[in-house]
Design a protein around this ligand. Sequence first.
Ligand SMILES: *Cc1c(COP(=O)(O)O)cnc(C)c1O
Length: 225
Amino acid sequence: MTPVAAAVEAVRQRVVAACERSDRDPTTVRIVAATKTVDASRVRSAIEAGIAEIGENHVQEALLKHDELDNVVTWHLFGHLQSNKARVAAGIFDVVHSVDSERIARALATQRNPEGAPLALLLEVDYSGRSERTALADVEVIPLVRRLAGLPGIHVSGLMTIAPQGGADAARDSFRRLRELRDAVEFRTGWALPELSMGMSDDFEVAVEEGATMIRLGRALFGER
Ligand SMILES: *Cc1c(COP(=O)(O)O)cnc(C)c1O
């Protein structure tokens, strides 16, 4: 077994255990491999080990790997996106986790090929206080969902957050807040937001216990960057 295959198996078992603790069905948790800085051959071994979803932070890096890797995986974008990259991003990704403005969502909607499936968008909410990330304040989410709901080319399907530093309790608190925000937004707008993208290598089990449907894992699969 390759190291990455062993890591995939270990992560799967931890997800199953977290699902048992929280009475969830493990098939409702998607493992998205965070492949920034991981070269295409190691990404390929992860795919051979059963990874079906790949997340990149930069459009340019994703583009290079996209050409090298089989087009059988689902492609996710985790990193902040600028409007001048919207055309390329709308062409190669299936899910964008880092939507932080109406402007970028509209740019993606305009650039998406209308013949294909709409691009799934997650609105990124900031509970981290990390100034290097641009993300929405929670009060901005309801008005944004109302403005984007039903636009052709995109489908707003959930929320994403990055836990603040400060250990498992701080992480759990931010994940719970994201879930409660999702419930409130659904109630107020009537728009379904089934996806919660939360949890990374250090806190994915807590995220699963709090309802994550997508966990974004780099180091837990590939080792330290
Ligand atoms: C790098 C990255 C991850 C994965 O981080 P690990 O700690 O290596 O699991 C998840 N989400 C985002 C937004 C990232 O940039």
